[in-house]
Structure formats: C-alpha cells, structure tokens
Design a protein around this ligand. Structure first.
Ligand code: ATP
Ligand code: ASP
Ligand code: MG
Length: 320
C-alpha cells in the first residue's frame, strides 16, 4: 500500500476516543481563532462581510481547470427553475464587487462532489468553506500583500495565544512565514519538474510561495498577446495549495471569446455578459482561502476532514 492509501479517515464525533476528543477540541479552537483572525483582518481593512448563498442559477463552472475532478453536479428545480448548489461564489463576487461592495468577502460553503478516489489525497472534502474575497481596481500585487499580512498575523497570533492547542497537535514548531513570499511561474516549474510540478515543488519549498500564470476558468485574466495568465495559487511548504485567485476579465469581447473557446454555457452567465457589454463589470482581483486547507496546514492533520466537526470525505456519506 502506498503512504497515501494509508491515510486514516476522520471519524464521526460519536466514535472518537478520549484522546481523539482532545485533538478534535484543539483543532476546533484553532479553527475558531483562524476564522476570527482572518475575518478581523478583512473587516479592519474596510471589507464588507456578505452572507453566502447556497442555490443559484449561476455558479462556478469549474471548467476548464485541469485540477478539478467533479463526479457530479447538483442541479434541482425550485419554483419551476433549475438551480445549482454553490461550487464557489465567484460570479456573485464579480457582480457584487462591480456594483455595491467595492471590497467584499464571504465565508462561503462550497459543494464539489469530488471523485471518491480523492479521499486519499487528504486534501479534498466534498463540502468545504472558502474565505472568498474580491477588491475593485486591485492588482495581483495588492492581493499578495493583503494575504501575506492576513496569514502572517494569523500564525503569529496562534503561536502566542494557542500554544497549548499547538502542543497537543504536535505543531509547536509551526513557523511564522517571512513576507513577501516568493513568486514563481507555472511555466518555469513545468519546464523544471514536468507535468507533476506541484508535488515536486511542494517538497522543495521551505516558505509559502505564489505560483502565477495558470491556465483555467474564463474569469481569470489572460493576456491574449502573450498567453500569460495574471492569476495565482498560494502553496504552503510540505503541504500544498491553500488559496486560488486572480485579477479578473471584465471586457465583453474577451469573456465572450473565452466562453466560446471553452464551450461554457453562456446562458448561465448572462448577467456577467450583459454587465460587461454595458461596461458595468469592473476590473477586480481577489481569491479564496480554503478554510479547512489552511487549518489543515496549521494543525498538521493527515486528512483535512479532521478540521470539520462533521467530516465530508469523498465517497463517504455519514448520518451527520
Ligand atoms: P485542487 O487543485 O487542490 O483540487 P482547486 O484548484 O480545484 O483545488 P479552487 O477552485 O482553486 O480549487 O478552489 C479555491 C480554494 O478552495 C483552493 O485553493 C482550496 O484552498 C479550496 N478547495 C478547493 N477544492 C477543495 C476541496 N475539495 N476540499 C477542500 N478545499 C478545497
Ligand atoms: N475563489 C476562487 C477565486 O476567487 C474561485 C474558485 O473557488 O474556483 O478565484
Ligand atoms: Mg485552485
């Protein structure tokens, strides 16, 4: 059996031993601290905190992201209209940020029915939460600086205020990262390590790194002249991706062309298309931090489902 196949899956609350309850409680305290610290950073910088939605006609197409692996999409009819469960609130962010809320964030539940084999990655769950934010007229650099401040403040705070919990989890050695984080280009990494650059790079880095220029969904900014994408992922050392984001497309002709190219169903994105056509879609940039991923990194759990009170492990449906 490979190491990945051996990952112990998180247990439901009612089956935990006394020692496991102590660990679970420590993870809970770190999740609470993380939510408080990250949301404080955004609120203190003047962001509006929006409530999430669960059902909409339009949600993230998750296509064509080569990393996405969705077994099924959930679509139901309500009031005679088809709606989908939220895969991410990217569309809502773009519309909200272009109209009323110049700086916004949402603690947003995302449903992605990942393929069952993804239980083994230890990094995928089928319901997770993003701290998803968007800023009008921002650049990638603005986003990097904001996220670096948010994460360094969080880890510094945890080391000062949650020593006992980090000790229970064997994470007293957690390091406060050094900002600014290095920025690497996906194309260079591919040239150096080949197609499996992610796994190789994660093992080598000792500080968080930004990876830019990743071909993916229509809403991330692509320079048609150079083929470069102005987007980014944040990777933590010995761990992996905890955030994805981008500067966004806002010009009608580019969005239309990309939707055609990727055969995205335009009828699901008519508000974005109409706003872009009318010049009302603003240039924005943003990202989403996976809450279970970042807490998984901090706590060092073998499966991020351990960071959920009611684990959502791909392929495993529980009573709660
Ligand atoms: P991955 O490549 O790791 O499968 P992704 O790139 O497909 O993830 P994104 O669409 O970028 O995921 O989602 C934004 C963020 O949400 C990710 O950076 C990650 O932190 C988190 N995330 C995405 N999918 C999951 C999942 N199935 N379980 C937990 N967190 C997730
Ligand atoms: N949250 C991501 C972003 O802001 C989108 C996603 O979840 O796929 O780009
Ligand atoms: Mg991603």
């Amino acid at each position: 059996m490979t190491q990945q196949e051996c990952i112990p899956l998180p247990k439901p609350l009612d089956q935990l031993t006394a020692q496991e309850i102590e660990r679970k409680a420590a993870i809970g305290k770190i999740m609470t601290y993380t939510l408080q610290s990250l949301t404080n950073t955004y609120v203190n910088k003047g962001f509006e905190w929006l409530l999430p939605v669960a059902l909409s006609q339009s949600t993230d197409p998750l296509w064509p992201d080569p990393g996405a692996s969705i077994e099924k999409r959930i679509e139901v009819d309500i009031y005679g209209k088809p709606v989908r469960t939220t895969a991410s609130m990217i569309v809502h962010k773009l519309v909200g940020c272009s109209t009323v809320y110049e700086k916004l964030f949402i603690v947003s539940p995302n449903i992605r029915i990942e393929k069952s084999e993804r239980a083994k990655t230890g990094k995928h769950i089928y319901e997770f939460t993003q701290l998803d934010f968007e800023i009008q007229h921002a650049t990638s650099k603005d986003v990097f600086a904001l996220v670096e401040e948010a994460i360094c403040t969080l880890i510094k705070g945890l080391k000062a205020d949650r020593k006992a919990e980090l000790a229970i989890l064997g994470r007293s050695d957690l390091k406060v990262p050094k900002a600014p984080f290095k920025i690497l280009d996906r194309a260079d990494l591919e040239a150096k390590y080949g197609a499996d650059w992610e796994a190789a790079m994660i093992k080598e880095i000792t500080e968080p790194v930004w990876i830019t220029n990743i071909p993916r969904e229509f809403y991330d900014f692509e320079d048609f002249a150079t083929g470069r994408w102005d987007n980014y992922d944040l990777f933590m050392p010995q761990y992996g991706e905890v955030l994805s984001g981008a500067r966004r497309e806002y010009e009608y002709s580019k969005i239309y062309e990309k939707m055609e190219r990727e055969q995205v169903r335009k009828e699901n994105y008519s508000i974005i298309l109409k706003m872009a056509k009318d010049g009302r879609l603003k240039p924005t940039a943003g990202a989403g931090i996976g809450m279970e991923r970042i807490v998984g990194y901090i706590t060092g759990v073998s499966h991020i489902g351990e960071c959920q009170p009611f684990p959502r492990v791909p392929g495993n449906v529980q009573e709660l």
